[in-house]
Design a protein around this ligand. Structure first.
Ligand SMILES: NC(=O)c1ccc[n+]([C@@H]2O[C@H](COP(=O)([O-])OP(=O)(O)OC[C@H]3O[C@@H](n4cnc5c(N)ncnc54)[C@H](O)[C@@H]3O)[C@@H](O)[C@H]2O)c1
Length: 364
């Protein structure tokens, strides 16, 4: 008989539905149950999927007693660390939704639990599976640009502040800068081989979220809706980041990779109403290079992406890693750098000047 992975879901809200839809397509997965701190929510969730045998709990600790192999953690951001640590300590492989967590103290705790457990911990960045994302990384890692020294990333929306738990500081922790910002950071950093971030100087604003003229739940809004940061990376590379949920502008600019031999411009996808690197869709990709000493531009053909279900590929790659004893598809060794920038942005905004990133726990 084929081996089945006994799986649980922690947090049965919006994105858990996408996880469940993908897991249900994989015959090697047995859905054991789920937990949500809102009483009755886990049961209602499984009823929606007509999974009456699935166990439903109001507390992740009870779910983790069910001899699980793996869990998907789909809670809001402020609960990522506590749930990930508990699941790893219970001996589960973990697929943790993005962003990994909220600060470096939490990141260090998750990392320590991961190392101690020997289990797989992967972070939920589905754009990684986009063919065009991969193509950009391939072009850059082939050396076609020479040494890359400047990268511009970001994106966002002119009007696209989400609702629900995303605007509540106690639950989401941060706004646009981490919610969709982590994708833009991942696209840029992954494309150039994830160099270590050294310093961050950042600003953040909430002019739209806090204004009832633009946002109906302004009273409840307690996070950022626009952020910009200047980040120094190892190897003399500069990362220029801008991220928006709302602004009086159509775009924060394209993705730019400047190398000593050539440059790559990746246009933002169609911006209305959502934009940025969050869904794996990229706009036009153009290389700028010299031909016989003359500045020239070459359009790189894009792969047809419409039929690719990136979310399914993210879930499938996690399951495959668990089944084969493989490596985490999106490992903490990379995402800790992403998280260190988010942490640096938050601290720089709070103190009003540049800060050093806090990755000292990796040296211990
Ligand atoms: N990868 C993607 O495309 C994508 C898209 C949307 C959201 N997300 C991420 O998924 C996460 C959840 O987003 P959402 O839209 O589903 O939010 P949500 O608020 O709809 O759902 C979160 C659920 O977690 C539950 N919860 C909170 N703490 C818990 C705990 N300790 N134990 C058990 N349940 C707990 C809440 O009660 C809620 O039902 C966020 O981190 C978000 O960034 C990822």
């Amino acid at each position: 008989m084929e081996k089945k992975i006994r799986l649980g879901i922690i947090g049965c809200g919006g994105i858990a539905h996408k996880h469940m839809q993908a897991f249900l397509r994989i015959p090697e997965v047995e859905i054991v149950g789920g937990a949500d701190i809102v009483p009755g929510k886990a049961r209602a969730f499984f009823d929606e999927f007509e999974l009456s045998d699935a166990l439903a709990f109001d507390c992740a600790t009870d779910l983790l007693k069910c001899d699980l192999d793996a869990v998907s953690i789909c809670t809001y951001n402020s609960q990522h660390a506590v749930c990930a640590v508990e699941a790893l300590e219970a001996g589960c492989h973990v697929l943790l939704e993005k962003p990994m967590c909220l600060n470096m103290k939490e990141a260090a705790e998750i990392y320590a639990a991961e190392k101690k457990s020997g289990k797989i911990l992967t972070i939920g960045f589905q754009p990684r599976y986009g063919q065009n994302f991969r193509q950009v990384k391939e072009i850059i890692s082939s050396g076609a640009l020479g040494d890359v020294y400047y990268v511009q990333t970001g994106g966002g929306r002119s009007r696209g502040i989400p609702g629900n738990t995303f605007i509540d500081k106690d639950k989401a922790g941060v706004g646009a800068l981490a919610d969709i910002g982590c994708y833009a950071l991942d696209f840029a950093l992954n494309s150039i081989g994830y160099p270590k971030p050294l310093t961050v100087s950042a600003v953040a604003y909430d002019y739209f979220g806090k204004n009832p003229k633009y946002y109906p739940e302004a009273e409840r809004f307690s996070v950022d809706d626009f952020s910009a940061a200047f980040i120094r990376l190892e190897g003399g590379i500069t990362l220029d980041f801008r991220m928006s949920w709302a602004m009086h502008m159509d775009t924060t600019g394209d993705f730019l990779f400047l190398g000593k031999d050539a440059g790559l411009k990746v246009r933002q996808p169609d911006m209305h109403p959502w934009g940025g690197a969050w869904d794996g869709i990229l706009g036009e990709v153009t290389m700028f290079h010299d031909v016989f000493g003359r500045p020239t531009s070459t359009k790189i053909p894009l792969a047809e992406e419409k039929k690719t279900d990136l979310f399914y590929l993210k879930i499938r790659s996690f399951v495959d890693a668990v089944l084969t004893g493989g490596k985490a598809p999106v490992p903490t060794s990379e995402i800790l750098y992403n998280q260190a920038i988010i942490d640096g942005i938050i601290r720089s905004v709070a103190c009003g000047h540049e800060v050093e990133t806090d990755l000292s726990f990796l040296d211990k």
